[in-house]
Design a protein around this ligand. Structure first.
Ligand code: PLP
Length: 369
């Protein structure tokens, strides 16, 4: 948090507009839309709320199927269950770690033959890296299936010169405390269909009809962002490009040095993309490096350095045990071999050096190059 956030927050506070509406909410929505190049955006209480609303707005419910990647955070797929729909989980591909378009194509082709096309495909741009969005969007267009983009981890990520989250019918972002910019908790639903965004605001405000009274024309939710938090978000948005640069610098430093170590590798950025490297992930081949990700994590912890395992794929979770899984080897391997290194936007060169020294010290003797 910086001076701009403080000033805007105090302005909201002093105005006494502390409800989930007010001028900072309107301005935050306009500023996010302008940054993303989207027609409209609704500021919400969380990214999870945005996904839930997306499904409601698209009429997804009982008996419908939604295709989603297995390799994601549980908040991506839980809302499929909230609306009573059925998730079908798809493996990742190795170049972006996102949903594998080839597996998706096979499934959609089979569905089209059997008349069982899903109601939606949801891609997730994981760790700030764009999925193979163009290929997936073409498939969705070919089969007439709606595309949703979970860009919760990817504010600032470009694919083919366009912000991720703005290609699908609905895109969504998270401003949770761990994200590249934050409102402490918050989310955003974006679409080029302004009516859909207006409906998101309405359903997210208890579906209350405007006016003095309390009349509700649908099942609504309390999902709007407070004016106080929107003010914080406006201050944060002023720094988005600096934060992206800082995250990318973390990654570059880690990759330049640790890529030299046998058994360690990193996800390369596909040409034409600009990922945010929200989290810097190192892949470890324990047989070559001489230590497993968990051994490294524990060693770093001893030095007061926090690192984290990768997302455990959804098909490995008890909650999604019965979900259909298409493939699985790629994301299982990512999960087994990856470790998220410290990735904060305020890390300094010396912090990263300390991290890298600690990682290198875990290599089996004689293996370090
Ligand atoms: C991929 C993904 N989707 C959805 C969410 C949910 O966002 P929120 O925490 O704002 O509800 C998150 C993160 O928290 C996420 O990482």
């Amino acid at each position: 948090m910086g001076a701009a956030e403080r000033e805007l927050l105090l302005d909201a506070f002093d105005s006494n507009w502390i409800a989930p509406l007010g001028e900072h909410v309107d301005a935050f929505e306009a500023e996010c839309s302008a940054y993303l190049g989207a027609k409209d955006a609704a500021a919400l209480s969380s990214g999870t709320a945005a996904i839930h609303l997306a499904f409601i707005l698209l009429g997804i419910g009982h008996g419908d199927r939604v295709y989603a990647p297995s390799f994601t955070f549980t908040a991506s797929v839980n809302p499929i269950l909230y609306v009573g729909a059925t998730p079908v989980l798809i493996d990742s591909e190795a170049e972006t770690w996102g949903m594998d378009p080839e597996l998706l194509a096979e499934e959609l082709e089979k569905d089209a033959r059997e008349g069982t096309l899903p109601k939606a495909v949801m891609v997730v741009h994981i760790y700030g890296q764009a999925s193979k969005l163009e290929e997936i969007a073409l498939l969705c267009a070919k089969y007439g299936v709606v595309l949703i983009e979970d860009a919760a981890e990817a504010l600032g990520t470009f694919h083919s010169g366009k912000h991720v989250g703005t290609t699908g019918r609905i895109g969504l972002f998270s401003f949770n405390g761990n994200k590249i910019i934050t409102t402490s908790g918050g989310g955003l639903l974006v679409s080029d269909d302004a009516d859909l965004v207006a409906k998101a605001r309405h359903i997210g405000s208890q579906a209350r009809i405007s006016g003095a009274g309390y009349e509700h024309d649908a099942l609504g939710y309390n999902y709007r962002l407070s004016n106080l938090l929107a003010a914080v978000g406006r201050g944060q948005m002023q720094h988005i490009e600096d934060r992206v640069a800082a995250r990318r610098a973390n990654f570059e430093d880690y990759r330049n040095r640790l890529n030299q170590v046998e058994g360690l590798s990193f996800l390369e950025e596909p040409e034409g993309d600009r990922g945010t490297r929200w989290l810097s992930v190192v892949n470890i081949d324990p047989k070559v490096f001489g230590a497993t990700p968990e051994q490294i994590r524990l060693k770093l912890e001893e030095g007061d350095i926090e690192s984290r395992p990768l997302w455990m794929p959804m098909h490995m979770q008890p909650l999604f045990r019965n979900a259909r899984m298409v493939g699985g080897e790629v994301c299982e391997a990512l999960y087994r071999k990856g470790l998220c290194l410290p990735s904060g936007s305020s890390l300094k060169t010396e912090d990263r050096e300390r991290v890298m020294e600690a990682v290198e010290a875990c290599a089996a003797p004689g293996i370090r190059s």
